[in-house]
Structure formats: C-alpha cells, structure tokens
Design a binder for this molecule. Structure first.
Ligand code: CA
Ligand code: CA
Length: 149
C-alpha cells in the first residue's frame, strides 16, 4: 500500500522559504546551481528517479553544466544528490556522501527543514571548491523548492 502524505504535513510555508533562502545563500559562494525537489511518492530507486527529475527541471541547461539536485522521497526519507556532467567530470558521486549522511542524520531526528538547509549549505561549500562564484553570475535555475507527486 502506498503511503500518501502532503508536503504541508512535512514542511510549513515558512520552512519552505527557509530552504529557498538557504539555496540563495549557497549560490552566493558558487557558480553552481542548487535545487531541492521533494517527492511525496515512495521511490524504489531514488537515484534513478532523481536523474529523471533533474532532466525534467531542465537542470542540464546551465552554462557550466554544474547544476546539483538534492532529491528527497519524503515518505521513505530517502535522499539522492545528482550533479550535471560538468561536476561529474571533476567529482564522482561519492563526493556527495558526506552531504547525504548529514541530511539523513537530521531526518532521523525529524529535523526536516534543518536537514535540507544544512544539506544545501554543504552542497554550496563543496561546489565552491571547484566552481567558485563568478562576477558575471546569473541565477540560472529557480531557488524555490519543487514538488512531485
Ligand atoms: Ca548562479
Ligand atoms: Ca538558483
């Protein structure tokens, strides 16, 4: 049986705004673009679905191909990080393990908003090492949290 939950049960409007602000702040450090996507469905293979969402959100359209998606399947509390080709050329997927561990540790304690904000902050720090902020930076992808059903 599929467990149905609503995003509103999970994060308040204010908390969603906090996550958005975290993205905005993180993107001040890096030319990389970060997005957070929350799915209310239980996904068997989060990595696979995260890659699908990545394409769906047009995240492969950044100039330096350095978009990173923090994907969460909410009911199962499963998390995946997907980076674009520019990132994978420089960093492997193992690079994100520390970020995943941190997010999951927060989730285990029911600190959803903190987990997402902290995950975003860490992604920004990691991205900064290889993709520092540029003076001609544009906000290429929305900073708002996106949702799937
Ligand atoms: Ca940017
Ligand atoms: Ca952005």
């Amino acid at each position: 049986m599929k467990q149905r939950i609503e995003i509103e049960d999970w994060l308040t409007r204010e908390e969603l705004a906090r996550v958005r602000d975290a993205v905005q702040r993180a993107e001040k450090l890096t030319s990389g673009e970060i997005r957070v996507h929350l799915d209310v469905a239980i996904m068997e293979d989060v990595m696979d679905h995260a890659a699908f969402v990545f394409g769906n959100l047009g995240m492969d359209k950044t100039r330096e191909r350095n978009g990173v998606l923090l994907y969460v399947s909410v009911p199962g509390r499963k998390v995946a990080v997907v980076g674009d080709t520019g990132i994978h050329a420089k960093l492997g997927t193992a690079y994100w393990q520390g970020v995943l561990d941190t997010v999951l540790a927060h989730f285990k304690q029911d600190r959803f908003c903190d987990g997402l904000c902290e995950g975003v902050r860490l992604l920004g720090e990691k991205l900064r090492e290889h993709f520092p902020h540029r003076r001609d930076d544009r906000d290429e992808l929305s900073n708002e949290v996106s949702f799937g059903k």
